[in-house]
Design a protein around this ligand. Structure first.
Ligand code: RP5
Length: 169
């Protein structure tokens, strides 16, 4: 198997979340990045409870070598959008579903960004796809990572065909 260029002690992706209570969802992102051998860091950064930290994290992220930020938050989910305001890095937003409103509040507060400040929003609790998107972004300028993405897609295809074959047994 082709190995990615990046070792896991070199964080390229920042996985941040508004609260440690978001980890039950955001751990999926960390798992995918680990599976792909992509170095990443995990941090709780709250838009409302630790606003200074948010601004610092966003402003320093690129200089620290990060290439992508995945930001998950629930409810009044301002973390991804505010990070996107203070960094030139691509920001992927994960709406985290809370007990109320089925996660729609999280989704709408992340997805409806004003023109000029983009956040790539995935589905409610879509931390896995957020990480896969981050890997694809890295793969755009890293052949070894792109090859891993292609292999992942082929594996998925194979799994579907295997299930199809079993259905017909
Ligand atoms: C948001 O508030 C967090 O992202 C979390 O989803 C939600 C609830 O946080 P806790 O009260 O569980 O810390 O900012």
């Amino acid at each position: 198997m082709t190995r990615p260029l990046h070792s896991s002690d070199e964080p390229l992706v920042g996985v941040v979340m508004g609260s440690d209570s978001d980890w039950r969802v955001m751990s999926d992102a960390s798992q995918v990045l680990t599976d792909f051998g992509v170095g990443h860091e995990v941090e709780v950064v709250s838009a409302h409870r630790t606003p200074d930290k948010l601004i610092r994290y966003g402003r320093e992220a690129r200089a620290r070598g990060l290439k992508v930020i995945i930001a998950g938050a629930g409810g009044a989910a301002h973390l991804p959008g505010m990070l996107a305001s203070v960094t030139a890095l691509p920001v992927i937003g994960v709406p985290v579903q809370l007990a109320t409103l089925d996660g729609l509040d999280s989704l709408l507060s992340i997805v409806q960004m004003p023109a000029g400040i983009p956040v790539a929003t995935v589905s409610i609790n879509g931390a896995k796809n957020a990480a896969l998107l981050a890997v694809r972004i890295l793969g755009a300028s890293d052949e070894a990572t792109a090859v891993l993405v292609e292999k992942y897609a082929l594996d998925l295809e194979g799994q579907v065909e295997e299930k199809n074959r079993r259905l017909k047994e």
